[in-house]
Design a protein around this ligand. Sequence first.
Ligand SMILES: [Zn+2]
Length: 295
Amino acid sequence: MDLAFECALFIVGLAFGSFLNVCIRRIPRDESVVSPGSHCPACGSQLRWRDNIPLLSWLLLRRHCRDCGDRISSRYPAVELLTPVLFVASYGFFGPTWLTAKFCIFCFLVVGLIFMDAETGLLPREFTYPGIVLGLALSAIAPADTTGTQFLLRAFGAELSLHALAVLDSAAGALVGAGFFYVAWALYYLLRKRHGMGFGDIALMAMAGVFLGLKLTLLVIFAAPLAGSVYALLLLVRGTHKAPPIDEGADLQAPPSARETFLTRELPFGVFLGACSLATIFFGESIWRWYLNFF
Ligand SMILES: [Zn+2]
């Protein structure tokens, strides 16, 4: 029964991953995600149904468009595989609970944002704003670990109902997460007179905060800048980081590959925020336990 459900969830995840590819391609370009139907980004020819099956079509077409022979970006199968894997991992971790549904939604949004940021440097509000509202609403039904807020409340001697505590913890995650990066952004701007990150990063952090709750958000605040710095150092060592930033919105018609963009533009910080948020869902509790064992 469980295996059957996991297989079904995987197939649902494949479909969501496939739709996510459409969103990643079109939302940063302000195009409709509904019409026209799926087409090749290079030649514009409409995809036949058999060329539109997640993963399988990419393998059967040997990574090339049937009409123009242009290479299909490996982002397509990557997103199509990553989405169902995260769905099934959420189910494996949280079991048949509302938490599974909540974190499937979160994974869907974050995977989309990671790839949009890597390809275009944009974190569209079409994903972050509804995410913040959804995460806050879902926190009442599927509370994250609220011990962070409980700990703070005890200091003030306050008592709250379970639901109120869950919503407060979710809001606290957003405020602390977004607040931290807002202050960092402001300080950087004061010192260097230029923007170190975009407003999209702050919105993404608020979204991660409402889904993860206060305790796990603290880990993301710590881990994401660390991951970004390690990556920047690696680029410096390898000498592949070419500094000049590309101006926003330019050349959206013929985008370079995600890899090229990722290597040549300023670090897309949303990628690290997103990746650390995803890792925190599954490893956050263990990291906290490991950390608290020192004391
Ligand atoms: Zn084509």
